[in-house]
Design a protein around this ligand. Structure first.
Ligand code: FAD
Length: 307
C-alpha cells in the first residue's frame, strides 16, 4: 500500500496548527482521533494521500472542558470519553453526555473527539445532534487568520460538507449555556445492532419550564438525520412553547414532526418511512425525560456505554 501521508505533526497551539496547514497550502489535513479520517484514507477512494497530517490532540486549549459562570467551553479535541466523564456536563448538558456515551464502543470513544464528530458534518452524528439542541457556538480559527465564534448550525453545508476546511481551518472549541434551574435535556437514538457507525435516528431535546414547572417556557429539538444538515425541528418546538407538559403537547409535537420532517431512505440504515415512525418513538422517550429533569433538577445520564 502506498504511504497515506508523508509527515506527521503535533502542534501545541492553535496558531501553530493553522500555520502548519497554511504552509502545506491544502496538502495537509487535521487529524484528531482518526476514527473517521483513517477509514476515509484507507477505504474512501477520494483524496488518497496527504503531504502531512496535523494532529491537534496535544493543543491544550482544544482538549480542555471549562465550565465558567453558567457556560461551558468544550475543546474540539476533547474525546467522547472525556465528555462522558465530566460531572458539570452530566448535569448541565445531559443530552451531550448521553450522545457521546453511545458513540461507537469504548475504543472509539477513547480517541474519537467531539470536534471530529462535528467537522465530518454528517447529519446523523450523535455529538452534533446534541450540540445543535444546546444551541452551541463553535470557535473557528480560519486559515486566513480570523478567529470567531459562530452558531454551530452555520458550519454545515451538506452531508459531509462543512464550512470548516480541515486542510486550512481549525475547529477549536464549542460553547453553550449549561442547563440551570427549570431546565433539562435528554438524548435518545435508534441504532442498528450490527456494526454501522451512525444511528438510524437520533433525537436531542432541551427544555425550560415556567415558574409553575408545569408548562414549557422554551424548547429546542434536533432530530437527525431528517435533512441534508443537522437542523432544529422548528415546528415541533413551536408546538411546545407555552403548553402544559403532558400527553396533549407531546401528541401535538409528534404531529408537527410527522407533518414537517421527512427523513430519507438510507440503504445502510433504514427506510424513510421507518425513520418517520421512529421520530415519534424518540420524541416520546426524550421529551418527557428532559421535562422531568427540568422539573426535579436531577439529571443522571442514561444509556452511557450502551452504544
Ligand atoms: C466503529 C465506529 C463506530 C462509530 N460510531 C459512531 C456513532 O455511534 N456515532 C457517531 O456519531 N459517530 C460514530 N463514529 C464516527 C466517529 O468515531 C466520530 O464521528 C468521531 O467523533 C470522529 O472524531 P475523530 O476525532 O476520530 O475524527 P477524525 O477521524 O480525526 O477526523 C474526522 C474529520 O474531521 C476533521 N477534523 C477533526 N478534528 C478537527 C478539528 N478540530 N478542526 C477541523 N477539522 C477537524 C478531520 O480532518 C477529518 O476530516 C464511529 C466510527 C467508527 C470507526
Amino acid at each position: 500500500m502506498s504511504q497515506l501521508w508523508q509527515t506527521y505533526h503535533l502542534p501545541s497551539t492553535v496558531e501553530e496548527a493553522v500555520d502548519l496547514l497554511t504552509n502545506f497550502a491544502g496538502g495537509a489535513r487535521i487529524i484528531a482521533g482518526g476514527t473517521d479520517l483513517m477509514i476515509d484514507l484507507r477505504f474512501g477512494g477520494g483524496h488518497a494521500t496527504f503531504d502531512a497530517l496535523v494532529d491537534v490532540t496535544r493543543v491544550a486549549e482544544m482538549i480542555q472542558i471549562t465550565p465558567n459562570d453558567g457556560w461551558c467551553v468544550v475543546g474540539a479535541a476533547a474525546t467522547h470519553t472525556a465528555v462522558v466523564g465530566n460531572r458539570d456536563l452530566e448535569h448541565g448538558a445531559t443530552c451531550l453526555v448521553e450522545s457521546c456515551g453511545v458513540v461507537g464502543g469504548p475504543q472509539v470513544r477513547n480517541v474519537g473527539t467531539l470536534g471530529g464528530n462535528v467537522a465530518h458534518a454528517l447529519p446523523a452524528a450523535d455529538g452534533t445532534t446534541s450540540l445543535v439542541a444546546l444551541d452551541a457556538e463553535a470557535d473557528v480559527a480560519w486559515g486566513d487568520g480570523r478567529r470567531e465564534w459562530l452558531p454551530i448550525a452555520s458550519l454545515f453545508r451538506g452531508p459531509g460538507i462543512s464550512a470548516v476546511d480541515s486542510s486550512r481551518d481549525v475547529l477549536v472549541a464549542f460553547r453553550f449555556r449549561l442547563s440551570g434551574e427549570r431546565e433539562g435535556s435528554a438524548f435518545k437514538r435508534i441504532m442498528r445492532p450490527q456494526g454501522v457507525a451512525l444511528p438510524v435516528l437520533g433525537c436531542a431535546v432541551w427544555v425550560r419550564l415556567d415558574e409553575s414547572r408545569q408548562r414549557y417556557e422554551d424548547a429546542r429539538v434536533c432530530l437527525s438525520p431528517v435533512a441534508a444538515t443537522p437542523v432544529r425541528a422548528d415546528a415541533v418546538e413551536a408546538e411546545l412553547r407555552g403548553q402544559p407538559v403532558g400527553e396533549a403537547s407531546l401528541s401535538a409535537a409528534v404531529a408537527a414532526a410527522y407533518a414537517t420532517l421527512h427523513p430519507r431512505t438510507s440503504k445502510y440504515r433504514a427506510t424513510g418511512e421507518y425513520r418517520e415512525h421512529m421520530m415519534e418513538t424518540l420524541l416520546r422517550r426524550a421529551l418527557p425525560l428532559a421535562a422531568e429533569r427540568a422539573r426535579t433538577g436531577v439529571a443522571s445520564a442514561e444509556g452511557v456505554g450502551m452504544g
